[in-house]
Write a protein that binds this ligand. Structure first.
Ligand code: KIV
Ligand code: ZN
Length: 525
């Protein structure tokens, strides 16, 4: 048997994944996820699109400076300003990459870029050459490659490699390809581009027709050496190729693909849960690999087979991807070290004051709840992660309904005045009478105090762990200035969870306000 080919896993959760509506993340959250991706042992982390906003730039730069163990990549359109900004953002990474992209399909050339073929080639060569002066590791993507004329795609790819691209990424930007089509595109490049051996071929597939994973695997079968993917498959529109699915397909069917990755499969579930709770994008129950039902056998005939021999109905073991027989781990007598250890296994690196806060919350919860599950710990850790970055904190709330049925709510918020939250805390209390019920009244007071008016677009509550004393997680989507912001809150009390979720969404608005995007990603040229 031949030695399996190592496939590079390029994770773009923090860039393409963040383009899921409402999934924007703050700096602290991005650093948490980047660290979890390193623990998962992905090879490349696309940390963001530095020119897009000052916040994006800061996040890529902070990840480049603090997160080691993976190549840190910044995205740039094919122009000097974008490329220089991406170069600056990844400058301090021990191992950095600039990812330059330019659309090549006839539709994009004619309607978006209004450029001819020669101009596209000249622009791609100029962009890659400029990036190459800033960094040795350059990826070039002909955007909408899957719909680009094959001859022209070969020409562009050859020119980009000649100009210094070390990876050529082939995106199916609109999720139009089928596996045979995508495989054919890669095969064509392998056979027809004379200098193709000087670069790694990558695939970047979107899931509009539900084929992103299959298309990526078809790329691998035909010579691609890198897959671009996201945790839980989140991303623009229907999302990207799901990392956990593609990695487990390569691992489970190594006999067929003759390939392997560096990913630590046992960390897939914790990373999936971390990304889900940070973005508020729930994982569907029946999602392959990490869904709650992915390993649940319901039919009697299956259960019978499983008891006799697991492999009758199981092609992977739940523990391979991080499921445990029971996730009941800690009780009220557990100490700080055990908590830090368990949190680390769940993807949270807690230390110092952050660990102390999580520990205090854990003790309070353990007093209230008989059993503390992994999901409870993850929920507490999540809640505390933002304490240092959210400008407004909830101190207390009270709600009443007067004799004539009019709701009234009083809320006290604390506002941190220093950027890192360590400065003076200013206290503000206000009351609101009216609204469509007590919860609405609470939301109105928060708006009054923060002077941020939003429109609630979606509101959900679900339990995050087992039992009748389970913690409830509330997720609220609000709209502000045409932008969607998602907030999350967790508590054993659903009113408190909802209040925290609303405040978290308002905090995201507050943090984005005054720092508008430099460019709109959806308005690329
Ligand atoms: O889908 C796409 O084409 C992209 C590029 C920026 C690679 O995300
Ligand atoms: Zn994409």
């Amino acid at each position: 048997m031949s030695t399996p080919r190592k496939i590079t896993i390029f994770d773009t959760t923090l860039r393409d994944g963040e383009q899921s509506p409402g999934a924007s993340m703050n700096l602290h959250e991005k650093l948490e996820i980047a660290q979890a991706l390193v623990d998962l042992q992905v090879d490349v982390i696309e940390a963001g699109f530095p020119i897009a906003s000052p916040g994006d730039f800061e996040a890529v730069q902070a990840i480049a400076r603090k997160v080691t163990g993976a190549t840190i990549c910044g995205l740039a359109r094919c122009n000097d300003q974008d490329i220089d900004r991406a170069g600056e953002a990844i400058h301090d990474a021990p191992d950095g990459r600039i990812h330059v992209f330019l659309a090549t399909s006839a539709i994009h050339r004619e309607f978006k870029l209004k450029m001819g073929k020669e101009e596209i080639i000249a622009r791609a060569v100029a962009g890659v050459s400029r990036a190459r002066k800033l960094c040795d590791n350059i990826e070039f993507s002909p955007e909408d490659a899957a719909r680009t004329e094959p001859d022209f795609l070969c020409e562009v790819v050859e020119a980009a490699i000649a100009a210094g691209a070390t990876t050529v990424n082939i995106p199916d930007t609109v999720g139009y390809a089928t596996p045979a089509h995508m495989g054919g595109v890669i095969k064509d490049l392998v056979n027809r581009v004379p200098n193709i051996d000087r670069a790694v071929i990558s695939v970047h597939c979107h899931d509009d027709l539900g084929m992103a994973v299959a298309n990526s695997l078809a790329g691998v079968e035909n010579g691609a050496g890198q897959i671009e993917c996201t945790i839980n498959g989140i991303g623009e529109r229907a999302g990207n190729c799901s990392l956990e699915e593609v990695v487990m397909a390569i691992r489970t069917r190594a006999d067929y693909y003759q390939a392997s990755t560096n990913v630590v499969a046992a960390r897939l579930l914790s990373t999936s849960r971390l990304v889900s709770s940070v973005t508020g994008l729930e994982v569907q129950r029946n999602k392959a690999i990490v869904g709650r039902n992915a390993f649940a056998h319901e039919a009697g005939i299956h259960q019978d087979g499983m008891l006799k021999e697991r492999s009758t109905y199981e092609i992977m073991r739940p523990e391979d991807v991080g499921f445990q027989k029971t996730d009941l781990v800690l009780g009220k007598h557990s100490g700080r070290a055990a908590l830090a250890d368990r949190a680390k296994a769940l993807g949270y690196h807690l230390e110092g004051e952050e660990l102390q806060r999580v520990f205090e919350e854990f003790k309070k919860l353990a007093d209230k709840k008989k059993e503390v599950y992994d999901s409870d710990i993850a929920a507490i850790a999540d809640k505390q992660v933002n304490v240092f970055t959210d400008p407004w904190q909830l101190k207390s709330y009270e709600m009443k309904t007067s004799g004539d049925g009019i709701p009234a709510a009083t809320v006290t918020l604390l506002r941190s005045t220093a950027e890192n939250g360590e400065g003076e805390l200013e206290e503000r209390t206000d009351t609101y009478f009216g609204g469509d019920g007590p919860l609405d009244a609470i939301f109105r007071v928060i708006e009054k105090i923060t002077e941020i008016r939003v429109v609630v677009r979606d509101y959900r509550v679900h339990s995050v762990s087992q039992g009748k004393d389970a913690q409830g997680e509330s997720t609220i989507d609000v709209e502000f200035n045409g932008q969607l912001y998602r907030g999350r809150g967790v508590s054993t009390d659903t009113i408190e969870a909802s209040t925290l979720a609303f405040l978290n969404a308002v905090n995201r608005v507050a943090m984005t306000e005054g720092r508008p995007p430099t460019v709109d990603f959806r308005d690329l040229v």
